[in-house]
Design a protein around this ligand. Sequence first.
Ligand code: G3H
Ligand code: 13P
Ligand code: ZN
Length: 341
Amino acid sequence: MPLVPMRQVLDEAARGGYGVGAFNVNNLEQIQAIMEAARATKSPVIIQASRGARKYANDRFLYHLMLAASEIYPEIPVVMHLDHGNSFETCKSAIEMGFTSVMIDGSLMEDGKTPSTFEYNADLTRRVVEYAHARGVTVEGEIGVLGGIEDGHGAGGSGLEHLTDPEQAAQFVEKTGVDALAIAIGTSHGAYKFTRKPDGAVLRMDRLIEIHRRLPKVHLVMHGSSSVPKDLQDIINAYGGKLKPTWGVPVEEIQLGIKNGVRKVNVDTDSRLAITGAIRKVFAESPEKFDPRDYLKPAREAMQKVVEARMTAFGQAGHAGDYQPMTLAQMAEQYSGALVR
Ligand code: G3H
Ligand code: 13P
Ligand code: ZN
């Protein structure tokens, strides 16, 4: 099955009332873990690469690994998505490389740190939409700013400082024509999201519900959606790690989001925790081992387990075979006829 445009996958998810996990990758093992999880649960899937991932792995490696995934798992619709594009050029280069979907995160300036103005964000996003849609590629935009800072990306702060304003969200969608909208509801990237199990004061599901009420047809995206499970933290700490106590986004809150228009759920940290715990365990229990396969195999299995659990919880399981994938050319034609939304 060829790589598919994300718009189709999200439209189908909206029709079926489920969410689709968007899992970050940097290497072969992470792609394999996601694809095995997708096969086991019969899930359509979004695989995303950040700018850091593109730099780490090199675009051409990532692209060819993704092509291999689509050949080896022909029954699975796979989206290849750019996570947090910071400029028109970053998005353009991803599209040229074969990504079928891009995020332009104009909520921050190009430095990936400084919150931008509404006008800057809307203008930049509109330009990316025009370029991408002419090529059948999907665009995710962001309004409002997430908290925290990971790998140099993020505005810092608690996550409550730049919540998405529903009225601005409506104007943004109208001005840009984005296919999916990332919103800020109190989450942050990384492991340290909340200092206790989040309640409505810090995880603003009420805001999400309000945005969905205002924009019922828009595909919403939840970033910073790792659940940071205690069992994964415990494995890391049991084998010499030093994670401080922390809480992520409970799966039941994500499920509430999915009932209220969330179609894409971004998860990276949970995969990182699973991989690191598995590797630490091998290193601690079998210090004589030095074949990378001895620790990368359990790492891959641990990531597959967490991804499978998320796919099942988000409701995408069982939906891989629901539809024939559209080509980018068909999608471009659909956009040009303004049949979309
Ligand atoms: O947006 C955050 C994702 O977890 C990607 O992180 O920039 O360290 O690859 P990264
Ligand atoms: P987590 O750090 O919660 O996994 O979020 C990932 C994300 O939002 C990627 O864009
Ligand atoms: Zn994100």
